[in-house]
Design a protein around this ligand. Sequence first.
Ligand SMILES: Cc1cc2nc3c(=O)[nH]c(=O)nc-3n(C[C@H](O)[C@H](O)[C@H](O)COP(=O)(O)OP(=O)(O)OC[C@H]3O[C@@H](n4cnc5c(N)ncnc54)[C@H](O)[C@@H]3O)c2cc1C
Length: 416
Amino acid sequence: MKIAIVGGGVAGLTAAHRLRAKGYHDITVYERGASVGGKVCSYVHDGRAYELGALWSSPRYRIIGELAEQVGATRRADRLPAVLDHATTSTYARYLRNHYRLRDVGTAFVKLARTFLRYPVIRKPTLAGIPAAVCDDFDRFAGREGFQILADVSASFFTGCGYLQNDRVPAIYLMKMMHLFIDVLIVDVLGLKNTRIDIFDNGWQELWKAIAKDFDVRCSSTITQISRHTENGLTTTAITADDAAEVYDRLILASPLDTSHLFLDLRPDEHELFAKIQTHRYKVTLIEATSLPHASVVDHVPRTMAGHVNLIARQHRDADVFTIYQQIEDVVSEDDATALLFEDIAAMGVRDATVIAAKTWNYFPHVSTDDIRAGFYESMSALQGRYGTYYVGSVMNMETVEHTAQFSSELVDRYF
Ligand SMILES: Cc1cc2nc3c(=O)[nH]c(=O)nc-3n(C[C@H](O)[C@H](O)[C@H](O)COP(=O)(O)OP(=O)(O)OC[C@H]3O[C@@H](n4cnc5c(N)ncnc54)[C@H](O)[C@@H]3O)c2cc1C
């Protein structure tokens, strides 16, 4: 069977790797960029890797752990994220102590644990079949379930990681991330050595480059047309890229689904579903500067602060190089975002910053509470395979490397 995968990011390469493990060999990956990785994007400066895309990994990342072991990609513990509390850098443990009563925090932990037990679907690598209650916005859901304190404390972490604000995001997406934040909190509160949050020694992109080596990956390809043709119940797919056409038995779409109309002969049901996907612009800037707080998350960023700095990470403790994250959404221009960055760090006492590199992403593909309740994910599941086409990518589960890899892996196991 001849299989084409469009998109050489985490979703596409995990699918390719899983297909190979199941005995499929005729696999071609089309990648628009000059290199594989997509939103996993490492940048080398002064001989060291810095992340312009995905930053943190976790020992909880089972698929990533297995892949890393196979190709020999090593990780090291990162400094735990901190929070800026009224302009002072604070650990999350101190933040909890300063703002809440211990007994209330304990109760919130118990209620959160109960919520995970009540909704086991949260841990599944899919979003189909989610109960309506878990589609409310995260704040409302946490309030109802009784762990509002933990939602409040996690707000700076989630916003820092680019997932908008808790009252704008269907709870199910953030619940899939919650255990990663709780890991940070527990390590912090108990004063343990960090074993929960790590980064790749030589940059996360190396992992995906190593995996891609085994495949026919066509980087820098420009797909102009994908046409699907069904005869006697069998669909074939013709892909025209760089003026040459090739025919495949199966197509896996691992590029952003909401941009598929640029080359795919979209069917009305695909068009209707893909149009519901929302993303926002998330800017990452690598700067050289002195005296910035280390790996800190600016406290609860309200919506009116679109474009302001919401996370500062320092990937090498002995280098004055910082990665700055800003949700610029659709309201702040690139230039204004740079101006805001300089304003924000000047307020922290930094006057000597220089920009090394920057990248803006269409981040966190997701759908609204109403669209999840109206059956978006059930309809996507029903679509799988209908036109000889399968759909993967972070929108199908959650915008993290592991969740994206989980969905691809599961899809291949189920349909191939
Ligand atoms: C700034 C940032 C920080 C992040 N931090 C973390 C983190 O700390 N931890 C974590 O786990 N995750 C993190 N993530 C999320 C994680 O990187 C993504 O969830 C994951 O990489 C998504 O993979 P994907 O394959 O779905 O999408 P993508 O990475 O977007 O892959 C899609 C691929 O398709 C290609 N493509 C697009 N159009 C075409 C076309 N026409 N033809 C061919 N190819 C095409 C693209 O070039 C791309 O390579 C972060 C992401 C960003 C941007």
